[in-house]
Design a protein around this ligand. Structure first.
Ligand code: TRP
Length: 366
């Protein structure tokens, strides 16, 4: 049997190059890999609401932004199912059943939840929905019997939690669910692309992102302002690669062909790094090179996005049809889940017959 992919993003803003390098580019490539039979890509609006409950308009506005970014990157509705989480009520139902299989202390130990609670200053009062979102994410994955979840490494604890839920469910109720594996990008630099300021993670609230839809001039401006080695002052100074954002981005995006095209004095990134560390190579030259590399990667995405923006109803229609299709798959899994959990009363003729037999004798006695 072919493998099944499920992945997704929260619609809280436009997608940036961190999303792209960490997972989106990989998902687009997987569309051409014949070992994957089905690919489901979900806009996780229900999850976005777990920490934006007071701002539904933000989530609503960003559904189309994420959909445009997906399509612009090359996710193809003929080869993958693009859908919106809230339109699949089976996911909420499954979450309720899974809640019986997870302890509060297990959720408290989830490292991603822990750090997000800190980030959002939720320590004093965590919304229950937010606290439980790893359970909801397990539903997203297992409702489609996904074998493979292509995401960044920050999602590892989520996948582990999903695997535990699957094992617990299957051992309690019988083998219905599939244990998913995480699929990380091969390129380590892609895994957690820092913000342009060198801060750990690209995030909209820190204002340190390069968005996929960004105009060429803005990309250039952002690249030129990127954090490098603060001790590399004169061109002749030896430079350090450690925490040097420009080189991390080059690790993520540049290929040997880019050197022939934009910087023929070097054959590859190793030669460029070597020169930088030795001294005599200025930041400006490296940044100009990175700008060329990024422009080449992002230009086709931006152009396609502008094309797609001309027919917004068509994009909503792709999501509507995808959601319909996704719902069929989730509904099939839910009917197996309900049968395994013995809550399929009205479909179970044997139950009705056996209850009839139980009371049949009593009438005779009266
Ligand atoms: N938690 C993911 C993120 O923040 C989004 C997401 C929701 C997801 N459900 C998922 C990812 C299921 C993979 C599988 O980016």
């Amino acid at each position: 049997m072919g493998k099944i992919i499920l992945s997704g993003d929260r619609p809280t803003g436009r997608l940036h190059v961190g999303h792209y390098a960490g997972s989106l580019k990989h998902r687009v490539q997987l569309q051409s890999d014949s070992s994957y039979e089905k690919i489901f890509i979900m806009i996780a609006d229900v999850q976005a609401l777990t920490d934006n409950a007071d701002n539904p308009e933000k989530v609503r506005q960003n559904i189309i932004e994420v959909a445009l970014d997906y399509l612009a990157c090359g996710l193809d509705p003929d080869r993958c199912t693009l859908f919106v989480q809230s339109q699949i009520p089976e996911l909420a139902e499954l979450t309720v059943y899974y809640m019986n299989l997870v302890t509060v202390s297990r959720l408290q130990r989830n490292p991603t939840v822990k750090s997000e609670i800190r980030m959002r200053n939720f320590e004093a009062s965590i919304p229950v929905g937010f606290f439980c979102y790893p359970i909801s994410q397990a539903s997203d994955i297992t409702a489609f019997k996904a074998t493979t979840v292509p995401v960044g490494d920050d999602q590892e604890p989520m996948i582990e939690q999903a695997r535990e839920i699957v094992r617990k469910f299957n051992s309690t109720y019988g083998d219905v669910l599939v244990e998913p594996d995480i699929l990380l990008p091969d390129n380590k630099a892609c895994m957690r692309l820092p913000g342009i300021d060198g801060k750990a993670k690209m995030s909209k609230s820190l204002g340190n992102c390069i968005y996929l839809s960004e105009e060429a001039d803005d990309i250039r401006r952002k690249v030129m302002s990127m954090y490098t080695d603060p001790n590399h002052i004169k061109i002749s100074d030896p430079g350090s690669l450690e925490g040097n954002t420009v080189f991390t981005y080059l690790d993520a995006f540049c290929r040997d062909e880019h050197f022939a095209q934009f910087l023929p004095e070097y054959r590859n990134l190793d030669e460029l790094k070597e020169h930088y560390q030795r001294g005599g190579l200025g930041d400006m030259k490296v940044k100009k090179f990175l700008n060329n590399v990024l422009q080449e990667e992002l230009e086709p995405i931006r152009t396609r996005r502008k094309e797609l923006q001309k027919d917004i109803p068509a994009v909503y229609e792709i999501l509507r049809r995808g959601s319909e299709k996704a719902r069929e798959t989730a509904a099939q899994t839910l009917s197996e889940v309900r049968a395994a959990m013995k809550i399929n009363y009205f479909d179970d003729m044997e139950l009705i017959r056996s209850q009839s037999r139980k009371y049949a004798g009593q009438e005779d006695q009266q």
